[in-house]
Design a protein around this ligand. Structure first.
Ligand SMILES: Nc1ncnc2c1ncn2[C@@H]1O[C@H](COP(=O)(O)OP(=O)(O)OP(=O)(O)O)[C@@H](O)[C@H]1O
Length: 280
């Protein structure tokens, strides 16, 4: 189980009545690649994940997971849906054993697989409590673990860090990076751009049911405005810039009174979105 994975989605079309949720949606992920799929609410990200998982059938286009149609690729795939979907009266250990078993892990492999993913996602302490009494963030971790326990070749994570604390976020990102290092293809949906930089992900920007920009994070984020903010005793100075280091240096040289604090803000998802939409 596990290992290298690949995703090819070409020209997907999906309508819900009059709504075109996907309209010629094309996206590929290579083995070892983490693709950050970003886009505003309603851009079609969840519909795409559901088609790749075989939960929805597209009206047009095609999807291949390692050369197989989604229906035949179930065991290659791990999906952590956006909304928590866990059974409240069983424990995380039982949940992970069940998911691992459904995905084809044999009995003797299950114990080790559960221990490993539980440690990586810091679930060990509450492995034998009931899911229903865990906090939202703890349940998110269990949900991510259930998607990864069998080390899928293709991992689809739909906003896995929604509502989790910074430490959990870090361990989750680490596990995702580790998956990709062993050759899995990962599609990671988020509204939070810095996570994608931390993951070393490439980026796909979705809008109105199609991918309108695709590239390396450095490439897409290069030239986007961030902001330098200097605070003095009696005032604050904000300067938008695409080169924060140079701007900061100039501002410090030119400052005529003591600087109390310095802030650099990185471009946000909205900055990226605006730049891509403007260029499109
Ligand atoms: N079951 C459904 N019935 C009708 N319309 C739907 C259904 N599911 C999604 N849609 C519509 O399809 C479009 C795409 O929705 P989708 O959930 O794929 O977007 P998303 O990018 O995942 O959004 P979010 O960031 O809010 O999760 C939206 O306009 C949504 O209202």
């Amino acid at each position: 189980m596990g290992g290298r994975g690949m995703l090819e989605a070409l020209g997907l079309v999906k309508g819900y009545g009059p709504v075109n949720a996907l309209d010629d949606f094309t996206l590929a992920a290579r083995p070892g690649e983490i693709v950050g799929l970003v886009g505003h609410n309603g851009a079609g990200k969840t519909t795409f994940a559901n088609i790749v998982s075989g939960l929805l059938r597209p009206d047009g286009g095609r999807v291949l997971v390692d050369g197989k149609a989604p229906g035949a690729a179930r065991r290659l795939l791990g999906l952590a849906p956006q909304h928590i979907a866990l059974y409240p009266t069983v424990t995380p250990r039982e949940t992970l054993r069940l998911f691992g078993g459904l995905q084809g892990l044999r009995r003797r492999e299950l114990g080790r697989a559960v221990t490993e993913i539980a440690e990586a996602l810091r679930i060990t302490d509450f492995l034998d409590r009931r899911v229903g009494v865990l906090s939202g963030g703890q349940q998110r971790r269990v949900q991510a673990a259930a998607a990864m326990v069998h080390r899928p070749a293709l991992l689809l994570l739909d906003e896995p860090t929604a509502g989790v604390d910074p430490e959990t976020r870090q361990s989750l990102l680490e596990v995702v990076r580790d998956h990709a290092r062993t050759g899995a293809a990962v599609v990671y949906t988020t509204h939070y751009l810095p996570e994608l930089t931390d993951l070393g992900a490439s980026i796909a920007v979705a809008r109105h049911g199609r991918v309108i920009a695709r590239g390396e994070a450095g490439e897409l984020l290069h030239g986007l405005p961030g902001e330098v903010r200097l605070t003095f005793d009696d005032e604050e100075m904000r300067v938008p810039t695409t080169d924060p280091a140079a701007t900061l240096a100039t501002m410090l040289v030119e400052a005529t009174k003591p600087v109390r604090s310095v802030d650099l803000s990185r471009p946000t998802l909205d900055d990226l979105y605006r730049a891509v939409v403007r260029a499109h």
